[in-house]
Design a protein around this ligand. Structure first.
Ligand SMILES: Nc1ncnc2c1ncn2[C@@H]1O[C@H](COP(=O)(O)OP(=O)(O)OP(=O)(O)O)[C@@H](O)[C@H]1O
Ligand SMILES: [Mg+2]
Length: 328
């Protein structure tokens, strides 16, 4: 197998606040191969966005700081890259679709400026060719009449349209990797499906790799090759999509799967995971999921389980891994 396009090793990003150190990302490792779609799944506040921002080196600092780890992109650790090297990587090599399109689009610049400038920087095209490409991209993401809309400002678009503009921007310079942070949460289901189809098509045609951050296990099942389940700053289970859905090993993953409605089990009550994730400023010494876990026993609260191999492509961090299994 070829070396991965992106390899993240023991990445830790903390926020140093007046109320303590928030361990938002606390030692995660995963890799993404060319053309692969990797999903990152987990509850709100578990560090998904911060892990993505850390890769792009866009964590607000202070208070945030990546304190450990490597982010190896095509063989080089980009945590060590200079600012000018980083500018060449962002957009052209790795593009990000941000979770919140209103704060990541500049409100005082037209959509045209925001779409065309990166293309002028990274692609060998004239201004007119960039504008033509911008119109094509808007059309691709379902914004009709693109040539007219180019002169509009972000506030003149709806939330869903802004999200689509962000996706057009991410695709604009043919990046090798797209990190999409909840790319379709503001969209209605029809547009959501259309956008995901567009992204899938582009990815297939251009062999672009993708890291997709989502709460939506339906999206995971449909699009991901590999799934990383994140909980309280750590990856607790990782495997192929099939392994995660058919041979779940971690009680947290099991809880996530059981809290999704299923058409073939409508009589069964949904089982939300009780309780809340721990405070990232004050983490327990044992398993971070222990106080919500229905299988908990003494060892779980004493020491933190490490990721252990289930199969070549499947790992899980749980002391009681052999006793769980989802009814299928
Ligand atoms: N600027 C900041 N200062 C302090 N803490 C922060 C900052 N940004 C994020 N955090 C904390 O880092 C943790 C992880 O946040 P993150 O945004 O990565 O969560 P997430 O998994 O993306 O959640 P969601 O699904 O809601 O988007 C949270 O506890 C959050 O409060
Ligand atoms: Mg987020």
């Amino acid at each position: 197998m070829q070396p991965p396009l992106l390899q993240i090793e023991d990445l830790k990003t903390y926020f140093y606040t007046s109320n303590g150190v928030v361990k938002a990302v606390d030692g995660i490792s995963y890799s993404v191969h060319e053309g692969e779609t990797v999903a990152i799944v987990g509850e709100s506040g578990c560090g998904k966005s911060v892990s993505a921002l850390s890769v792009m080196r866009l964590v607000p600092s202070p208070p945030g700081k990546t304190v450990n780890g490597k982010v190896i992109y095509q063989g080089n650790d980009i945590l060590k890259a200079s600012d000018s090297e980083m500018r060449k990587i962002r957009g052209k090599q790795i593009a990000m679709v941000f979770q919140d399109p209103m704060t990541s689009l500049n409100p005082v610049l037209t959509i045209k400026y925001q779409l065309v400038e990166p293309m002028k920087l990274h692609l060998n095209l004239t201004e007119a060719q960039c504008v033509d490409r911008a119109v094509e991209l808007l059309d691709l993401v379902g914004i009709s009449d693109g040539r007219k809309r180019l002169d509009d400002y972000p506030h003149q678009f709806s939330g869903g349209m802004r999200q689509r503009v962000m996706i057009a921007m991410a695709l604009s310079c043919d990046p090798k990797l797209i990190i999409a942070d909840e790319p379709t949460t503001n969209l209605d289901v029809t547009i959501q499906a259309q956008i995901l189809e567009v992204m899938e098509k582009v990815i297939e045609e251009t062999k672009t790799a993708m890291v997709i951050i989502t709460h939506n296990l339906g999206v995971v099942a449909r699009y991901a090759d590999t799934v990383n389940i994140m909980y309280a700053g750590k990856i607790v289970e990782s495997g192929t999509c099939e392994e995660i859905f058919k041979n779940v090993r971690h009680p947290y993953t099991e809880g996530l799967l059981q809290s999704v409605p299923r058409l073939d089990a409508r009589a069964e009550r949904l089982q939300p995971i009780p309780g809340l994730p721990p405070d990232l400023r004050n983490l327990p010494p044992g398993c971070r999921f222990a106080d919500r876990c229905k299988y908990v026993h003494a060892k779980c609260t004493e020491a933190m389980p490490e990721l252990e191999t289930v199969s070549d492509s499947h790992v899980s961090a749980c002391w009681i891994k052999d006793t769980i299994g989802v009814k299928s």
